[in-house]
Write a protein that binds this ligand. Sequence first.
Ligand SMILES: CC(C)(COP(=O)(O)OP(=O)(O)OC[C@H]1O[C@@H](n2cnc3c(N)ncnc32)[C@H](O)[C@@H]1OP(=O)(O)O)[C@@H](O)C(=O)NCCC(=O)NCCS
Length: 408
Amino acid sequence: MSYPIRPISEDEWSSFSGVLAEGFNWTPHPIQSERWKSNTEFDRTLAALDGDVIAGVTGIHSFTMTVPGGQLPVAGVTAVSVLPSHRRRGILSQLMRRQLADVRERGEAVAALYASEAVIYGRYGYGRASDGLSLRIPKHGSAFVAGAPSDPALRITVAKPAEVRATLESVYESILAERPGQYRRNEHFWTAVLADEEFDQDGAGALRCVLAEDSDRVRGYALFRVKSLWGDNGQPDGELLLRELYATDPAAHALLWQSLLNRDLVGRVKATRPVDDPITQWLTDVRYLNASWGDELWVRLVSVDAALSSRAYSAPVDVVLEVADDVCPWNAGRWRLTADTASASCKPTGEAPDVSLPVAVLGGAYLGGGSLDAQHAAGLLTEHSAGAVRALATALSWSPAPWAGLVF
Ligand SMILES: CC(C)(COP(=O)(O)OP(=O)(O)OC[C@H]1O[C@@H](n2cnc3c(N)ncnc32)[C@H](O)[C@@H]1OP(=O)(O)O)[C@@H](O)C(=O)NCCC(=O)NCCS
């Protein structure tokens, strides 16, 4: 069955957001709903209609996202939901196809999203592009290795988050281009980061902020909440929930981590971090990271040629890729990717392929993470020329590891 699909107008917000509330089993406070509405690009929403009923929805944030070696316009897919009464009738599939065609028409070569469930988006050509490490570090396991960076000029100051918003924004802007996956935040995203109504606190108290600064400037910040907990015999056992931590240099980064881990009355710090966060190197006893891996961003190459020629590469590569893509058929076929560390081109070709792979694998590797070698070893891609996968994997890899850091 086919459902007409179109963008919604602003006065349809309540039906549109009703589908989100229903799908996510979410009861938003009117303030949360209003925040979401104010960050909605209505001309980039889509609704699938069953008669007068909005049965499925999605939307896009128009991002500027860091990719290896630069920044690109990226479609940040969001607000995906189908009414429970209409699930598994193909509505999401219809929305996804229409959305990808719209993204292509707009000239964005890449789409990215956070998935509520990891099984959903692979079928639409999205690949797992970044991972997050969930950490639970007990205070008694927080000793740092000798040689961890420090700077006697640095000090920690306590700040009220809302009062230092401009400072936080400028720290974030200064590190934005370093890590693939990070995106420029508009004022609505900053409002969301600093949101601190009681319903934002989830029982963990007010949003708190510490700055790492020297006499000239602020070099980093951490935003967090602390759940005040006590053991049976009155031992302090608070839980510090890190919201975000950004720093312009390793010494500021280390000092911020230490100030969180050593905070009085705190028994442990919980955080989700990029897989290469320096804390993974600084703890003397790495077992106390208590780390578990999870998928973070999913990336889709909407136009393989434009996407692959718009990023930088870690090593020279010259390969013919045979791409399978039945959702965006304009990508299917053979592409010659030629890149060195200064320039890249990706053009259609009739030459014999070196590697055959689904488009989702390229999306998964696009930001410099992913694991082409492991997927090859797992038999998920086909190598026709010996060494071609290794060469491609090396060229696509990037440091630092990709990570967006803020769900959209
Ligand atoms: C996820 C969701 C949008 C799927 O919508 P839908 O209209 O039921 O999806 P479709 O009918 O188009 O499904 C297409 C395919 O994906 C599969 N699929 C969809 N959602 C799935 C899920 N959550 N788990 C496993 N498979 C799923 C379907 O079985 C179907 O498979 P098939 O092509 O092999 O038959 C809907 O279940 C939903 O709103 N969930 C709650 C909110 C949510 O998680 N949104 C996603 C936010 S990132």
